[in-house]
Structures are given as structure tokens and as C-alpha cells.
Design a protein around this ligand. Structure first.
Ligand code: AMP
Ligand code: ZN
Length: 117
């Protein structure tokens, strides 16, 4: 298991210490249902390497971030929500980031307004 953090909630989910409804997993990525869904599909896609968020990401993290987005696209295809879905990275508390392990929200299955709140 690459670089997980002892106390991080999402690292603990990846390690199976905290239950979650797994949606998808591969070498680099773990995806699970959001516990408080904001749309019919609301999946969180996280890299298996711990880093706090986009602000803290370094050049060598590009592959992890890209893989999360590609996994989100794969899940969206499987769920037939390709007419319109959104991938979201909340960056910093002012944007609503509450868990400091980078995660891509995949939201879909309903009309999505623009701009987001
Ligand atoms: P953010 O606010 O962008 O940091 O997103 C964190 C997300 O994690 C929120 O949408 C929460 O509902 C979700 N969340 C928090 N705890 C859990 C958990 N134990 N299992 C699944 N999702 C969670
Ligand atoms: Zn973590």
C-alpha cells in the first residue's frame, strides 16, 4: 500500500479499517459512495497515495490525479449518466473541503446547475 496516513479518514477507508460502499478499485484508485449524497450518483474517487489536496499536489502527483478522473469517467459510463455529470475537487475550507485527502466527487443522475454554489 503506497504512502497512506495513519489517522486520515480516507486512508483508513482504503485500508478497510472503516466500512464504505466500494464502487471501484484498481492499483492507484479507490472509489466509494459518499455517505451524504448530493445527487443520485455521488461517488468519491481517491488516490491510494495520501496527499491533502490539489494545493499540496506536486508534479509527481499528476498521474494520481489523472487516474482519479479517468476512474470517475469509467464509473459514469457504467452508470449511464454520460449525458451530464460533474467531477469536482473542493480545494480548501472556503470551497467546502472537509477531508484533507484529495478526492474527486463524481456527481450525476440529475440536472446540474451552473455555476455551482
Ligand atoms: P469535501 O467536503 O469536498 O472534503 O468532501 C468530503 C466528502 O466526504 C463529503 O461529501 C462527505 O459527505 C464525505 N464523507 C465523510 N465521511 C465519509 C465516510 N465515512 N464515508 C463516505 N463519505 C464520507
Ligand atoms: Zn489519506
Amino acid at each position: 500500500m503506497p504512502d497512506t496516513n495513519q489517522d486520515c479518514l480516507f486512508c483508513r477507508i482504503i485500508r478497510g479499517e472503516i466500512p464504505a460502499k466500494k464502487v471501484y478499485e484498481d492499483e492507484q484508485v479507490f472509489a466509494f459512495e459518499d455517505i451524504d449524497p448530493k445527487a443520485p450518483t455521488h461517488v468519491l474517487v481517491v488516490p491510494k497515495k495520501h496527499f491533502a489536496g490539489l494545493k499540496e499536489a506536486r508534479a509527481e502527483d499528476a498521474e494520481w490525479i489523472g487516474r482519479c478522473h479517468l476512474a470517475a469517467a469509467h464509473i459514469a459510463r457504467q452508470r449511464n449518466i454520460e449525458n451530464g455529470y460533474r467531477t469536482v475537487l473542493n480545494v480548501g475550507p472556503g470551497a467546502g473541503q472537509s477531508v484533507f485527502h484529495l478526492h474527486v466527487h463524481l456527481l450525476g443522475g440529475r440536472a446540474l446547475g451552473w455555476p455551482p454554489g
